[in-house]
Write a protein that binds this ligand. Structure first.
Ligand SMILES: Cc1cc2nc3c(=O)[nH]c(=O)nc-3n(C[C@H](O)[C@H](O)[C@H](O)COP(=O)(O)OP(=O)(O)OC[C@H]3O[C@@H](n4cnc5c(N)ncnc54)[C@H](O)[C@@H]3O)c2cc1C
Length: 572
């Protein structure tokens, strides 16, 4: 029923002004971009600004589903195989709460990619993060490209113009609604002696907690596809083909000249790139396409009968933030649904209220572990908060209890996350069939420092929940449903925290580095030893940034598109 109401609003349901895909592709394009996600949408959009070139954007998924735009539904599409690749890691000594299934790793399979199902938080990391990227990718060189994408709506009110821009195509601002509990959480954080800042992106305030700015406008999620891809009547030289699952890049004499893809009818199609193929299929899929194109570690490729085109360490530098989730119950608060008829009406009429936000998830914070070098202004811990979501209810009635436990207290959770983990994972081929996903080995906690950082983070959480306001007014207590596996150990002891980190692992979704600059790519994002093939997405990012990565990946996409434009305009 909710879907029917959302459908009644053209802007929320998304059909207005949306990209009109082609049914069939032409035989030849100048540029073929693979993956219409966070980075690919920017790359294709920017390349199509060169009106004399034809650009094809191939995307394995379909249109954005109804319900993707209200921010409060941001978790609704995880594990929905129509829009999520629904990857899982190879099981290890982590994510033990998920049985022997490994960790769940959501990834968008949809126009807009993972920017359709992420938390929308805007960050860029810190200047020190980019030192390891080489001189061509220094903070100073990257800053103009961060600004190029950003359309900040709160310069002069929430943030200063020193580090922000209002002229980019992607709107950035705080959500219009904050649950009252969020302000009490901020008081608790202050009580714990931790700083509150206005702007987490401002390099002058690297440490602190804040209500984050998000990729949003009029109470709706704003993806890079929405910002950068235009209907064909406006950009006739950009063709978007949906439900096109790319299998491999075609390479002859070390020159990439096209791709092969499966279409929606299960037919294999070939399309030629006269100038370049650009892989923007994300940190988990781009390496998979490279493997099947003959680019990767020789022994692994040969084992699967794939002819080697370039022996490169693809998939070998899988990096991700890692943390633990601590679950709590607010015993003094009744467990009532946030979404009801009045909330829906407020959203449909004004784009405001609980549906226009992500509950307490819009709060985040950065701080330092005992291993951090504070002089670098590079915090190595981040905190995330979960709860108070206006998600689907059963009756829509105001005050509907959740399940059968209406008086048992409201559930929230807090994640303590290491931003500079030392553990590095890898990706391996699982089959010679390109439709079979590869194997993901994240190697979480394989370096002992990572556990130290996560435990330090949990101790900050302990300080916050010990505040008078959370104890006295909310009756906050650890949720016993999530501590049973570690129950014999003393709560908050070192051993208990280690157990909790392995059971209630927070495997974040910030994977980068699987076809990294310096290892697989040169500084212009071209694959070493080949012509006409670049990687422009999270795979290219060599080391993690200390914050949410979408801002960084958008910057990489802007710079990558500029490298291509520069190359071909000087070769005209
Ligand atoms: C649950 C969640 C919450 C997150 N929250 C935040 C946040 O709040 N802030 C933040 O900054 N970051 C966040 N992130 C991370 C961020 O969203 C990702 O790092 C970023 O979107 C990755 O961008 P990308 O362009 O590399 O890949 P994607 O956006 O994943 O794009 C890849 C695209 O390629 C397509 N594709 C893949 N394989 C093929 C193929 N073979 N053929 C054709 N197409 C293909 C995919 O379907 C997809 O559309 C979150 C991620 C998740 C999963």
């Amino acid at each position: 029923m909710l879907e029917a109401y959302l459908k009644s609003s053209c802007e929320i349901a998304a059909p207005c002004n949306r990209v009109d895909p082609v049914k069939e592709t032409d035989e030849v394009y100048d540029f073929i971009v693979v993956g219409a996600g966070t980075a690919g949408s920017i790359v294709a959009g920017r390349l199509s600004e060169m009106k004399n070139y034809k650009v094809l954007l191939l995307e394995a998924g379909g249109h954005e589903p109804i319900g993707a735009r209200p921010p409060s539904f941001y978790r609704n599409f995880w594990s929905n195989e129509d829009v999520d690749w629904s990857f899982r890691t190879v099981p290890g000594e982590y994510c033990l709460d998920q049985g022997d299934k490994g960790c769940m790793w959501p990834r968008g399979k949809v126009l807009g990619g993972t920017s359709v199902l992420n938390g929308m938080m805007y960050h860029r990391g810190h200047a020190a993060d980019y030192v390891t990227w080489g001189k061509d990718w220094s903070w100073e060189k990257n800053l103009p490209y961060f600004l190029k994408t950003e359309g900040n709506k709160e310069i002069g009110t929430v943030v200063k113009d020193d580090y922000h821009s209002d002229s980019g195509p992607l709107p950035v601002q705080r959500f219009r609604y904050q649950p009252p509990f969020l302000h009490d959480l901020l008081h608790a954080i202050e009580e714990a002696g931790l700083p509150i800042v206005d702007d987490m992106v401002n390099p002058e305030t690297p440490e602190g907690f804040t209500i984050t700015q998000t990729f949003s406008e009029n109470g709706q999620r704003y993806t890079t596809a929405r910002a950068f891809l235009k209907p064909r009547r406006e950009r006739p030289n950009l063709h978007v083909k949906l439900h096109a699952h790319v299998l491999k890049v075609l390479i002859e004499n070390n020159v990439a000249h096209g791709v092969q893809y499966y279409d929606e009818k299960g037919q294999i199609q070939t399309v030629i790139a006269a100038k370049e193929v650009i892989l923007s299929a994300g940190a988990l899929n781009t390496p998979h396409i490279l493997f099947h194109s003959g680019i990767g570690p020789r022994r692994m490729l040969e084992k699967h009968g794939i002819s080697v085109v370039a022996d490169l360490p693809v998939g070998q530098n899988l990096r991700n933030h890692i943390g633990m989730t601590l679950y709590f119950t607010l015993k003094k608060i009744e467990n009532r649904r946030v979404l009801d008829w009045s909330v829906l009406t407020e959203y449909l009429l004004k784009g405001e209220g609980p549906m226009s936000s992500t509950g307490i998830t819009q709060l985040t914070g950065l701080s330092y572990s005992s291993l951090a070098n504070k002089t670098l202004n590079q915090p190595d811990l981040q905190f995330f908060f979960n709860g108070y979501y206006a998600e689907c209810s059963q009756t829509g009635q105001v005050g509907e209890p959740v399940g059968n436990c209406s008086h048992k207290g409201m559930n929230i959770s807090i994640n303590a996350v290491a931003l500079l983990p030392r553990s590095v994972g890898y990706i391996m081929l699982n089959s010679s069939d390109p439709l079979v996903p590869p194997l993901f080995y994240p190697e979480y906690f394989s370096h002992p420092d990572d556990m130290v950082m996560v435990k330090d983070g949990a101790k900050y959480v302990q300080r916050i929940i010990k505040s008078d306001i959370l104890r006295n007014e909310y009756g906050i207590k650890l949720d016993s449903a999530f501590t049973s596996q570690c129950a014999p150990l003393t709560e908050w002891s070192d051993k208990w925290l280690e157990c909790m980190a392995r059971v209630n692992t927070d495997p974040q979704n910030h994977q980068v580095g699987t076809a990294a600059m310096g290892l697989v790519l040169d500084h212009t994002l071209s694959v070493y030893n080949l012509h006409g093939l670049r990687v422009i997405d999270a795979s290219a990012v060599p080391t993690l940034t200390t914050g949410n990565p979408q801002g960084t990946i958008m910057m990489v996409a802007e710079r990558g598109a500029d490298y291509i434009k520069e190359h071909w305009s000087s070769n005209l």
